[in-house]
Design a protein around this ligand. Structure first.
Ligand code: NAP
Length: 292
């Protein structure tokens, strides 16, 4: 039987409607409108489109969005000064620096400059550390969205075996950390390029999260029948039949995985819409905390 599609667009729309209602209530009760500042350095086309999507979503939820565009040749000290100004600006509750930064910037130093209470991406060491020890923090957006997508399938994660493929700081590692929290209680295996036989692990998994950045990292023969698959990958593959000359695909081979899995996220339309939604969620939460 074909797997059920986990509709990230639908879940995102429902969650964004809840966020918009909460934004309206915060305005009415406390006179506070959540404000998100997005800093874009350079003009990488993918980054420009991500930033545009984030701003649109922000405005649609009733939040204020401020875009700061800096040339790729901006001095790092000027970028840090801009972040310091936003850290001190009471109208701004969330600050996001679109990554990757152009070559030559010290990304770690730039992210570290964001005040943890405005770090709505959840990337600063303070928020990462708090997430690991289970303290209140901003959860990183893509991993948080992934947990919501698994929950919407109805799967109870407690006691289940989850295999995460990929150990990046923005997806794989935090997903593994969130899944293994006591409140979620999955048993987690983290695979990477040093794992000799990834399939030996995924064939035992009730849920597989694949975030490798490579098409066909996960195929149907690597799955246990009925597993849930969350495909995080966004890859451009050449496609002469598409006017753009390429099409998007995930890290899972959709055709073979969807025959074996019970549920699977599509690419596009799965994880992506939830990433932006959780950014709005964190920005709302930052504004609520500031309004207390
Ligand atoms: P990344 O930093 O390149 O990390 C990829 C990870 O996958 C690495 O840990 C790597 O292992 C591992 N890996 C690569 N090939 C593998 C293989 N064949 N078997 C096992 N492990 C393998 O990537 P990322 O930033 O986590 O992103 C992953 C994908 O998700 C990308 O396609 C990205 O565009 C997408 N993404 C989507 C969203 C969204 O909102 N939709 C958000 C973030 C990322 P090593 O550590 O050993 O090198």
């Amino acid at each position: 039987m074909a797997a059920e599609l986990i509709d990230g667009k639908k879940l995102a729309a429902e969650t964004r409607a809840q966020i918009a209602a909460a934004v309206a209530a915060l305005k009415a009760e406390k006179g506070v409108t959540p404000g998100l500042a997005v800093i874009l350095v350079g003009d990488n086309p993918a980054s420009v489109s991500y930033v545009t999507a984030k701003e649109k979503a922000c405005v649609a939820a009733g939040m204020n969005s401020r875009e700061i565009r800096l040339g790729a040749d901006v001095a790092e000290s000027d970028l840090l000064a801009e972040i310091a100004r936003l850290n001190a600006d009471p109208a701004i509750h969330g600050i996001l620096v679109q990554l990757p930064l152009p070559k030559g910037f010290d990304e770690k130093k730039v992210i570290d400059a964001i005040a943890p209470e405005k770090d709505v991406d959840g990337f600063t060491p303070v928020n990462v550390g708090k997430m690991l020890i289970g303290e209140e923090c901003f959860l990183p957006c893509t991993p948080h969205g992934i947990i919501k997508l698994i929950e919407v399938t109805g799967m109870k994660l407690a006691g289940k075996h989850a295999v995460v493929i990929g150990r990046s700081n923005i997806v794989g590692k935090p997903v593994a950390a969130l899944l293994s929290r006591k409140s979620v209680n999955a048993t987690v295996t983290l695979c990477h390029t040093g794992t000799p036989d990834v399939g030996a692990f995924t064939r035992q998994a009730d849920v597989v999260v694949v975030a490798a950045g490579r098409p066909n990292t996960l195929t149907g023969d690597m799955l246990k029948p009925g597993a849930v698959v969350i495909d995080v990958g966004v890859n451009r593959v050449p496609d002469a039949t598409n006017p753009k000359g390429y099409r998007l695909c995930g890290d899972a081979d959709f055709a073979s995985c969807s025959i074996v899995a019970s549920a699977i996220t599509p690419v596009p339309g799965g994880v992506g819409p939830m990433t932006i939604t959780m950014l709005l969620w964190n920005t709302l939460e930052a504004a609520r905390r500031a309004a207390k």
